[in-house]
Write a protein that binds this ligand. Structure first.
Ligand SMILES: [Zn+2]
Length: 154
C-alpha cells in the first residue's frame, strides 16, 4: 500500500452497499450457525454475531466491489467463516500461512522448517486458523520452483 501498488477502494454509502453488507453478514451468520450445530453448541445470538462479523463483512464487500470494477482483490483472513464466504462469492483469499510461505520464494529464502515453526507459534494463541485450513507440515512453506512449478513464483 505504501508503494501505492495496492489501492484502497472505499465503499460508496448507498443502498446497494448496505444490501450487500446485509447479504454477506447473513452468509457469515449461516456459516457460524452451521459450525455451532456441527459442534453441538447453541448458535450465537444474531446481534453478537453481526458485531463480531462487521469488519469481515466490510472487507468482503470491498473485495466484491473491487472485482466488480474489473480489478483484482485478495482477502487476507484467518477466520474460517470469512474464508467460506469469500469462496462462496468468488473472492480469492489468503491466511497468515500463505503470507509466511511467500518468504520461501524470495532471493534469500527462509528455511521451510523455520517458517512452519513461526506459523505454529504465532497461530497457537493468536490469529488461529481453523484446523482443516491449516498447513499440516513444512512442505507448505517450501518453494516448489526446484520441481518446476511454484504456486507463488509463477
Ligand atoms: Zn516459489
Amino acid at each position: 500500500m505504501d508503494a501505492e501498488l495496492i489501492e484502497e477502494c472505499p465503499l460508496p454509502t448507498s443502498a446497494d452497499t448496505f444490501d450487500k453488507i446485509d447479504q454477506v453478514l447473513r452468509q457469515l451468520r449461516e456459516i457460524d450457525a452451521a459450525v455451532a450445530e456441527r459442534l453441538g453448541r447453541r448458535a450465537v445470538d444474531s446481534v453478537g454475531s453481526a458485531h463480531k462479523h462487521a469488519g469481515e463483512a466490510h472487507s468482503i464487500v470491498s473485495a466484491l466491489r473491487t472485482i466488480e470494477l474489473g480489478r483484482t482483490s485478495m482477502l487476507l483472513t484467518n477466520d474460517g467463516g470469512a474464508m467460506a464466504v469469500a469462496e462462496l462469492n468468488g473472492i480469492p483469499w489468503k491466511h497468515a500461512g500463505h503470507l509466511l510461505a511467500e518468504l520461501a520464494c524470495t532471493d534469500q529464502p527462509v528455511e521451510a522448517a523455520e517458517l512452519f515453526k513461526c506459523f505454529t507459534d504465532v497461530t497457537r494463541s493468536f490469529a488461529t486458523i481453523p484446523k482443516q485450513r491449516q498447513p499440516s507440515n513444512e512442505a507448505f512453506f517450501t518453494c516448489l520452483m526446484q520441481s518446476g512449478e511454484c504456486r507463488l513464483c509463477d
